[in-house]
Ligand binder design. Structure first.
Ligand code: ADP
Length: 483
């Protein structure tokens, strides 16, 4: 069997067909109803005309004319639309306005004549055999020369006027106008709707090929313009999502590379020294102790990295608001400074605690906030030379949005951080001075943990550098009083 490929019908053709059929069907229905109404009106009017003329003639008959046939022919002459016939009860013709009575057949079998003979008004309608016109016949009982007769009138029903040439012309014109209106409206609709649909189709093709910068510009109709805008904003969102997924993927790759790198140094060192020990150095007690100390330090370093990574991963997995309790933050941080003073003293460093308030309650997770602040103080102890002073100031501030926050300022008089690194130090594994960080057992993760904890409390932390002209760091941490 031969199979034919389906050729898609253009939408504008479909619109013309559908619109055209609906409009034509509507017009046809309207026409038929109107024609029927006109037909009934024409029949009714013809009947009225026949009746009134019949009774007028009937009034003339009592004074009988000498020649009835001449009388009706005369009447017919002055009223050419009517045919007047006088019929005897036996059906023979007395007079007729338009025919020779000697040639006329007996009319006793005519329905209207029979009805009139029985004393009623008789009526009938049929198509004339001579000219094919629809004729209406009306017969009434009458009296002529003291004899009962039938007076019959007939005339064409004027319905033909409905189908006159003029009517036909105006109908054709109306149909042509409807056709052009349908054509025009279909083309306009197809341009107004199909065109935007084509534009959307083009846009979705572009998005399919990964070009999310493509923007759909539809002006009208309103609904299509809104759809176009949604398309564009959807593409923007997808593009942003792809962008952030790429960034995330890069962060993940960097992270894996960084972690491997951080692990490699201590592991290499442990392996090297343990091999040296196995190769015989173990017998040299002095050296063996030294090598074992190095191995121990490298293990501590590995442990430190693992602990910080676990802390970060816990904070990231728990990305929701942490469990908080109403805590006196002044007391919490004063105790923390006291505890850390012992470690600082080993480095001949002093920690000063200042608070403008005796107590200051905030809804925080005390364990996490302690960890964040102790990370800052530990860094200061690590990076500051001996005899340095670390200060921690606690107070309350009003943010731009009018919300109250606890402000914790941590300062030292160490080397400080060059302005260009003030944001980068919060990235994982980012170190300004790599040698110094490793030397002091830094993991490069401390400040990432600080920022994570603060953002879990809906707060912020930045390094601003000291504002009094001295060198050293100045970390400003704001935590909303109620989160
Ligand atoms: P690390 O374990 O290396 O200290 P952090 O994330 O805690 O990692 O800090 C990132 C980097 O910021 C550090 O390596 C260091 O270069 C710098 N830094 C942090 N605190 C201080 C400080 N108080 N003084 C000088 N540099 C600091």
């Amino acid at each position: 069997m031969k199979s034919f490929r389906k050729v898609p019908i253009p939408t504008w053709v479909l619109l013309i067909l559908v619109n055209g059929s609906v409009l034509c069907a509507g017009f046809f229905l309207f026409l038929m109803t109107s024609l029927n109404a006109l037909k009934s009106a024409a029949i009714e009017q013809t009947e009225i005309n026949l009746r009134s003329f019949a009774y007028s003639i009937d009034n003339l008959l009592p004074s009988p004319p000498a020649d009835p046939d001449a009388f009706v022919k005369n009447l017919g002459h002055s009223n050419p639309l009517y045919r007047i016939t006088l019929i005897r009860p036996d059906g023979t013709i007395i007079a007729d306005s338009s025919a020779n009575i000697s040639t006329m057949q007996n009319h006793s079998d005519r329905k209207e004549v029979q009805q009139a003979l029985s004393g009623r008004e008789g009526k009938s309608m049929h198509i004339s055999s001579t000219d094919g016109r629809r004729m209406m016949y009306l017969a009434i009982p009458a009296e002529y020369n003291h004899e009962k007769i039938v007076l019959r009138l007939s005339m064409p029903v004027e319905e033909t006027v409905i189908f006159s040439k003029r009517t036909k012309n105006s109908l054709t014109l109306t149909m042509a106008l409807i056709f052009f209106a349908v054509l025009l409206s279909s083309l306009i609709i197809s341009f107004k709707i199909i065109n935007p649909i084509n534009m959307l189709q083009k846009a979705s093709d572009q998005y399919k090929n990964g070009n999310f910068d493509y923007h759909v510009m539809i002006q009208s109709p309103k609904e299509m313009a809104a759809l176009g805008k949604s398309f564009t904003s959807m593409a923007d969102t997808i593009s942003q999502n792809i962008e952030s997924m790429k960034k995330l993927e890069n962060v993940r790759k960097d992270f894996v590379a960084n972690v491997s790198h951080e692990f490699k140094t201590p592991v290499t060192s442990i392996k090297g020294f343990s091999e040296t020990l196995l190769d015989g150095a173990i017998d040299d007690t002095e050296n063996a102790r030294h090598f074992l100390n190095i191995i121990n330090t490298q293990c501590d370093r590995l442990m430190g990295i693992i602990e910080d990574l676990l802390t970060l991963s816990r904070l990231e997995n728990d990305n929701t608001a942490p469990d908080t309790t109403n805590t006196d933050i002044v007391e919490l941080l004063r105790n923390l400074c006291d505890n850390m003073s012992k470690t600082a003293a080993k480095n001949k460093t002093k920690i000063e605690f200042n608070s403008e308030r005796m107590v200051l309650f905030a809804k925080i997770n005390p364990g996490l906030i302690s960890q964040a602040v102790s990370n800052l103080i530990e860094n200061s102890i690590k990076y500051c030379p001996e005899h340095s002073i670390i200060s921690l100031d606690v107070g309350e501030v009003l943010s731009d949005s009018g919300k109250k926050s606890v402000r914790i300022i941590e300062q030292d008089n160490g080397p400080g951080i060059p302005p260009q690194y003030r944001e980068r130090i919060f990235e994982r594994f980012y170190r300004v001075d790599k040698g110094r960080s490793r030397e002091t057992g830094g993991t490069g993760l401390g400040l990432s943990i600080v920022r994570h904890i603060v953002s879990l409390h809906a707060g912020s932390v930045v390094e601003t550098g000291r504002t009094d002209g001295k060198t050293g760091v100045r970390f400003v941490m704001d935590i909303p009083l109620t989160t």
